[in-house]
Ligand binder design. Structure first.
Ligand code: GDP
Length: 321
């Protein structure tokens, strides 16, 4: 693991890809190795800007990441693209993470694109993405873009992994606008109305003004930043530079006020609790006394003969013995 850790830190992509494969493995012996690996690179992590990007399928995420990523690598920055895609576990096929969606970035020497790990729960996918993100940082990436599809829970997972959450929206009329979940909009640090070009431009402009007003009514995610809405076109490139400048302003504002460090500190403790939950539940389920009591208890609870609350207390008492 020491030599793999050194190879990752050298910035070569092959060891990085190998290291990410290791953290994605669900085999218990691989997991132990993966933890050693992450520990050996941890001193070299934390240096990137972690940007979450979300939006419904078809909103233009891949086109946008290709445009933004190419702009950043042209400035000499190293850009990694990771994906959190719970659909890959549900349907066996991933919506995200297909490298051919970002053809220019996929072949650029300063870029690294990693398809979404398949299988497992959203929590599992998010944890593997978190570790992959740390490995990318150890390999010297300046920007890590974490992409997810707008399907609810995955946005929350990605907002909890990243420093800045960018929500992509499509031009839409008033009724569709109301359908956007408030909780998702509340996560956004930057909201971009994509496809602000050609025949869609007038409706995109109206959409932008609707979202700008809507953002003002939401509870701010941090006291140190007022979420910004702007118009972009991933196809023409219009607004992409402005968007990145907004992300940079956000970073300056958050770093200066301590909001940046506070968010990462909160995320670290969330990650700790996620890991603990997972281990405690695994230990609980694999306990033979619990297993013996559980099947019977579940039958009783399902039939309504026993109260779930008292039953849970009884099983916990078995476990604690
Ligand atoms: P994703 O599913 O969110 O990754 O969306 P894609 O990037 O695959 O884009 C979906 C469709 O929208 C494709 O046909 C793109 O060419 C188109 N598209 C993406 N960005 C823009 C844009 O800025 N303007 C216009 N007019 N079309 C776009």
């Amino acid at each position: 693991m020491e030599s793999l850790a050194e190879a990752v830190k050298s910035g070569e992509r092959r060891p990085l890809a190998k290291a990410i494969t290791l953290v994605e493995s669900t085999r218990p012996d691989d997991r132990a190795q993966a933890l050693l690996l992450v520990d050996s690179v941890i001193d070299a992590t934390g240096g990137s800007i972690r940007v979450g990007i979300s939006g419904t399928p078809g909103v233009g995420k891949s086109t946008f990441i290709e445009a933004l990523g190419l702009m950043l690598v042209e400035r000499g920055l190293k850009v990694a693209v990771l994906a959190v895609d719970p659909s890959s576990s549900r349907h066996g096929g991933s919506i995200l993470g297909d490298k051919t969606r970002m053809p220019g970035l996929a072949v650029h020497p300063l870029a690294f694109i990693r398809p979404s790990p398949s299988g497992g729960t959203l929590g599992g996918v998010a944890r593997r993405t978190r570790e992959a993100m740390l490995l990318c940082e150890a390999a010297g990436f300046d920007v890590v873009l974490v992409e997810t599809v707008g399907v609810g829970q995955s946005e929350i997972a990605v907002a909890n992994l990243t420093d800045c959450f960018v929500l992509l929206m499509a031009p839409a009329g008033g009724d569709e606008l109301q359908g956007v979940k408030r909780g998702i909009m509340e996560l956004a640090d930057v909201l971009a109305v994509n496809k602000s070009d050609g025949v869609l431009l007038p409706i995109a402009t109206a959409t932008l003004s609707d979202y700008s007003s809507a953002l003002k009514l939401l509870r701010p995610r941090t006291p140190f930043w007022v979420p910004q809405a702007l118009a972009i076109s991933a196809i023409t490139g219009a607004g992409i530079e402005d968007l990145w400048n907004t992300v940079e302003h956000y970073r300056l504002a958050m770093v200066a006020t301590g909001g940046w460090a506070a968010r990462r500190a909160d995320q670290n403790s969330t990650w700790l609790w996620d890991e603990l939950h997972e281990r405690v539940i695994a230990a609980f389920r694999s306990d033979p006394r619990v297993a013996a009591a559980l099947a019977e208890a579940e039958r009783e609870v399902r039939s309504g003969r026993r109260n779930p609350g008292t039953t849970a207390s009884d099983i916990m008492a078995q476990f604690a013995k």
